[in-house]
Design a protein around this ligand. Structure first.
Ligand code: GRF
Length: 207
């Protein structure tokens, strides 16, 4: 495989289905990138088990505290691990932490996240539950650059799905997750092939 492929590191806290979709796309050659590292703040994360399946180094790194941010002691260890793996792009796939400005300064415009709503609607925790309870007729997911806020960075890619009359929160959640997998891979294809320009908050995609 060419060593010129952009190197990505994936940060995940949980089950890891987006992580798996990304690793699968890389393995199949539909996403031209090299997965260099999987890091998790949760020793039981399903994402860590994907390391052996896809032959990617996978490590738990102590976050220092249970919620919110990595502690000032622990965050630099995440930066170091990513730098040592020569990661160029940091991909958040269900990573339940807000990253500091200092972390982001090491990977300028190279940290991306997926959120299961059409931002700026329903940022934060349980976006699908929030949207369902609100009674929206259309929802979706958003891939965005990460800034120091919560789900506030510039939008890269956004795709909608209908909420169907017979949907329950569980059925919507399930359909949306599959939709996320496709949308995240599409967004990463755009980024890895450099088919975009940043114009302030606007990310303009070229065909
Ligand atoms: C996804 O819904 C993602 O949008 C959100 O957290 C969830 C992670 O799911 N940020 P998984 O671990 O990728 O299965």
């Amino acid at each position: 495989m060419s060593t010129n492929l952009p190197s990505v590191g994936i940060l995940a806290s949980g089950r890891g289905s987006n992580c798996e979709a990304i690793l699968q796309a890389i393995a199949e050659g539909t996403l031209a990138a090299k997965a260099s590292l999987i890091l998790s703040d949760n020793p039981k994360a399903g994402a860590l088990e994907l390391g052996s399946k896809f032959n990617v180094p996978a490590r738990y790194l102590d976050p220092g505290r249970p919620h919110a941010r990595l502690t000032p002691d622990c965050e630099p260890r995440y930066v170091r691990a990513l730098q040592e793996a020569e990661v160029e792009w940091v991909i958040l796939a269900g990573f339940m932490r807000i990253l500091s400005k200092d972390f982001l300064s090491h990977f300028p415009d190279r940290v991306v996240n997926i959120h299961p709503s059409l931002l700026p609607s329903f940022p934060g925790l349980d976006a699908v539950g929030q949207a369902f309870a609100h009674g929206v007729k259309v929802t979706g997911c958003t891939v965005h650059f990460v800034d120091a806020g919560m789900d506030t960075g510039p939008i890269i890619h956004q795709k909608a799905i209908d909420v169907l009359p017979g949907d329950t929160e569980a059925s919507l959640r399930k359909r949306l997750l599959t939709h996320e997998h496709r949308t995240y891979v599409e967004a990463l294809q755009i980024l890895m092939s450099k088919r975009y320009d940043r114009q302030g908050r606007r990310v303009v995609i070229h065909s």
